[in-house]
Design a protein around this ligand. Sequence first.
Ligand code: NAI
Length: 339
Amino acid sequence: MSKTTVTLLPGDGIGPEVSQAAVRVLDAAGAEIEWERHIAGAEALEKYGNPLPPEVLESIRRNCLALKGPITTQVGKGFKSINVQLRQELDLYANLRPSRSLPGIASRFEGVDIVVVRENTEDLYAGLEHTVVPGVVESLKIITEKASLRIARFAYEYARRHHRKRVTAVHKANIMKLSDGLFLDCVRRVAAEYPEIQSDDKIVDNMCMQLVMRPEEWDVLLLENLYGDIVSDLCAGLVGGLGVVPGGNIGLDVAVFEAVHGSAPDIAGKDLANPLALMRSGVMMLYHMQKDEVAERVRRALRDVIVRQKIRTRDLGGEASTTEFTDAVVKAIEKDTSA
Ligand code: NAI
């Protein structure tokens, strides 16, 4: 079978550790992927004087697929977020982040199964900020009908395909009547075409409270970019934390899969990071590539290691290092394959 070429961006901080772990697992499972490795972020800035060298975008456009580790963005200074640039440049308009309670992973709640669908290209992340006069800064929130309609359609199509029962639009249209009002209006127009799916909406602050009170009641959440960023981290916290939750940035032709978590500089280079979230992002990528059998093999191995063997990294209350956890998953895949 010929191999599929996928761009690999290992990223910063814990990125190289968790990317290496995910690659080992996908290779062991027989994903038949040829990895085309590129650097972006701080390492690329140092080496090429550009944190997002053109060959990174060219590679992803050519391969249409990438697996990406987290990339550090400095707070309040430095270059524009590479993550935001990639999503905007490649028009990866839908950010998909499923947060599901997993057997063997302790958390405060059970039975959580929430899919966050986040608009990925506009809102306050358009990066249009300027100083009006010293001491006064203006940051523009861009909401367009086009982007709102297409993310709403993505969410409803996802819900239909995956037999989800309900889509909740999350907004602040009581205050931002024009921008969030437009988003909500677009969602309602699309919702009318999917009568079999229950549709409702919630104001974002109330939504956060509801999520931490009764998370098991929610299904698909549809949000603008900023609310989606915040609420998806909250949802990760409901099911075991950032070490667990995968994600995909999906466009019309191109998709980039990455975990919800960042570069975790506090634990970088210590073999402590949980690679599960990026491994599960790899599983999402395998389904996207229609390699369902390989995806199932990885899922079975993860379940075996976490639930039966009870091997977990420290963020999940275990003692395994990144390498030990990965070794165990690779071994479980090899056992499964030879069975
Ligand atoms: P973070 O997600 O990197 O870390 C938050 C906390 O979660 C830390 O205590 C960290 O140790 C822990 N954590 C995260 N991932 C973990 C894992 N796989 N295993 C075990 N523990 C894990 O968020 P933070 O500190 O706000 O951001 C750090 C940097 O990452 C920033 O520069 C930020 O811009 C960047 N970032 C990049 C993202 C991306 O590339 N998609 C997404 C989010 C943040």
